[in-house]
Design a protein around this ligand. Structure first.
Ligand SMILES: Nc1ncnc2c1ncn2[C@@H]1O[C@H](COP(=O)(O)OP(=O)(O)OP(=O)(O)O)[C@@H](O)[C@H]1O
Length: 234
C-alpha cells in the first residue's frame, strides 16, 4: 500500500513541531527520513500512526484519508510502527512478545515467517526478552510488528546502539520486506546504513522537509556529506 502525508502540521499541545511535511512511500519502496536530533522525525511517525493528531494536512493510505485515526485502526489497515528504543516486555518470553503483535489479528500471526527472517530468535523463544542482546531485542520489536502481517512498516532508529554487523542484518531484513512489496519508512540517524538500502531519502530540519532525492543524489551535496557522513563521500 502507498502511505502518504501531505502538508502535515503536528506538535504537542501548543508546541508546533512539524510544518507542511509531505512525503510518500510506495509498495516495494524504502524511504528513509534523516535529520539531526530534534528535527521532528519521531514526531512525524507518531503523527502518521495516530499517536498524535495532526493540526493540518492529511495522512492517506492508498489515497484514503486516515488523518487522526487511532493507532489500532492504523494497525487494522495494515500499517505497523516499530517505535524507538526497541520496546520489549522484558519479563515476557520472546514468543509472547512476538505473539502480542498478532493481537490486532485475533492472535493469528505467522510466527514461522518471522523466525525465518530472524533465525536467531528461534532458539530463544522461551527466554525472557529482557535477557536478549540489544540487537536481538530490536529483532523482537520488528518481528512483533511483522506478526500483524502489515503492508507498510515504519521504524524509528532501529540501528541505534547496535554493532555494524547487527545493523547490516537488520538492513538486510528491510530489503527482504521491500522485495515482498511492503512499503518501508525508515527513520535513521545512521545515514550510511539507511542510504545503503533506501530508494529515496528525505532530510528534515526543524520540523520541515528540506531535501529529498535518491541517496546517490543526496550524497553529492556537500551539506549532506558534512552533516551526516562526516564529510566523506559515501
Ligand atoms: N511528548 C512531547 N512533548 C513535548 N515536546 C516534545 C515531545 N516529544 C518530542 N518533543 C519535542 O519535539 C521536537 C522534535 O522531537 P522528535 O523526537 O520528533 O525529533 P527527532 O528528529 O526524532 O529527534 P531524535 O533523533 O533525537 O529522536 C523536539 O524539540 C522535542 O523536544
Amino acid at each position: 500500500m502507498t502511505l502518504a502525508v501531505e502538508g502535515l502540521d503536528a506538535g504537542y499541545g501548543k508546541l508546533a513541531i512539524l510544518h507542511e511535511v509531505s512525503l510518500s512511500v510506495a509498495p516495494g519502496e524504502i524511504v528513509t527520513v534523516v535529520g539531526s536530533n530534534g528535527a521532528g522525525k519521531t514526531t512525524l511517525l507518531r503523527a502518521l500512526n495516530g499517536l498524535i493528531r495532526p493540526t493540518a494536512g492529511a495522512v492517506t493510505i492508498d489515497g484514503v484519508d486516515i488523518t487522526g485515526k487511532p493507532t489500532e485502526k492504523m494497525a487494522a489497515l495494515g500499517l505497523t510502527h516499530v517505535p524507538e528504543n526497541r520496546l520489549c516486555f522484558p519479563t515476557l518470553s520472546v514468543r509472547d512478545n512476538l505473539m502480542l503483535g498478532a493481537w490486532s489479528r485475533g492472535g493469528k500471526g505467522d510466527l514461522a515467517a518471522v523466525l525465518e527472517l530472524f533465525p536467531r530468535l528461534q532458539p530463544r523463544l522461551g527466554q525472557a526478552a529482557g535477557t536478549l542482546s540489544g540487537g536481538e531485542q530490536q529483532m523482537v520489536a520488528i518481528g512483533r510488528g511483522l506478526m500483524a502481517a502489515p503492508k507498510a512498516i515504519m521504524l524509528d532508529e532501529p540501528s541505534i546502539g547496535l554493532a555494524p554487523k547487527v545493523v547490516a542484518e537488520i538492513m538486510k531484513v528491510l530489503t527482504e520486506l521491500r522485495g515482498r512489496g511492503m512499503a518501508v519508512l525508515l527513520v535513521e540517524q545512521n545515514v550510511r546504513a539507511s542510504f545503503g538500502i533506501a530508494d529515496r531519502a528525505v532530510v528534515m530540519q526543524r520540523g520541515r522537509v528540506v531535501l529529498e532525492g535518491t541517496p546517490a543524489e543526496l550524497v553529492e551535496l556537500p551539506e549532506v556529506r558534512n552533516a551526516y557522513l562526516g564529510g566523506a563521500a559515501a
